[in-house]
Design a protein around this ligand. Sequence first.
Ligand code: GLV
Length: 322
Amino acid sequence: MKNIYITRQIPEIAVEMLRAKGYSIDMNMKEAIPSQTDIIEALQRKPYDAVITLLTDKINAKIFDAVPNIKLFANYATGFDNIDVVEARKRGILVTNTPGNYAYCIAEHTIALMIGLTTRMVEADTFVRAGKYQGWDPMLFVGTDLEKKTLGLIGAGRIGERVAHHASRGFDMPVIYYDVVRNEKIEKEYGAKYYPKVEDVLKLADVVSLHVPLLDSTKHLINDARLKMMKPTAFLINTSRGPVVDEKALVKALQRGTIRGAGLDVFELEPKLVEGLAELPNVILTPHIASARESARNEMAKIAADNVIDFLEKGTVKNLVY
Ligand code: GLV
């Protein structure tokens, strides 16, 4: 019998799919994020054949050394920066992700952060709940428009493409973008204009939205110098990975008015916030929930389970990340 370990609770559909194949499943039901030691202890309890990991699990040589028999780490996420893929590949260990049809969720969350910032919705909600509303005031929570403002995408994959769709079709926003490869679809369908340098997009955009994976080349892509290139009226949205932004530099930029505001679903030192961030009124902070929809979570579970099944039944996987 094949043994599968799941490092934390994920939707039941994955367990059902794996059980239907006759596999034995152990799913860690504790709420706390397991440490590497916890994961190693759990994986050494049985001869596991594959593991479903979460983006909060740090999977690297320490784990590979401790459980050399495990040849598949099926990550329950589109991103896989939590796994040392280079080391895995060297050892012939397969790593998969879950790139399903849920880019729309992240795109919707991105747009929600944009609208939240420009309408100052969260600040206003806090104000009303605090009993501070004394009656209509023409100067109260005056916001800015999204309509016809320029959207600058850094990264134009499936998520960026969907954000471009909503912004251009919904708000008549001209779209400009930077990526390492051009996306003909957003150029043709949404009139998006390509710029070969990140800096050009930062200088011209009213809203900059990040949709890149976390790689050595994208770590701190948005740093002090680049924040200074943005318009003082611009907003920065990050629904990608926290370390893409130098969060200390961002806090400084927001405090000094270098840019107007930021909407963040991810944080550099997740779940910790850099000092000063939570005190700023011009930010909206959500706890990495852009894909937290029943539809997306179930789809991710199905893809992760399929990756395990393909590996165990055929020895090949669809969503290999390297
Ligand atoms: C979520 O952040 C994911 O990578 O799926």
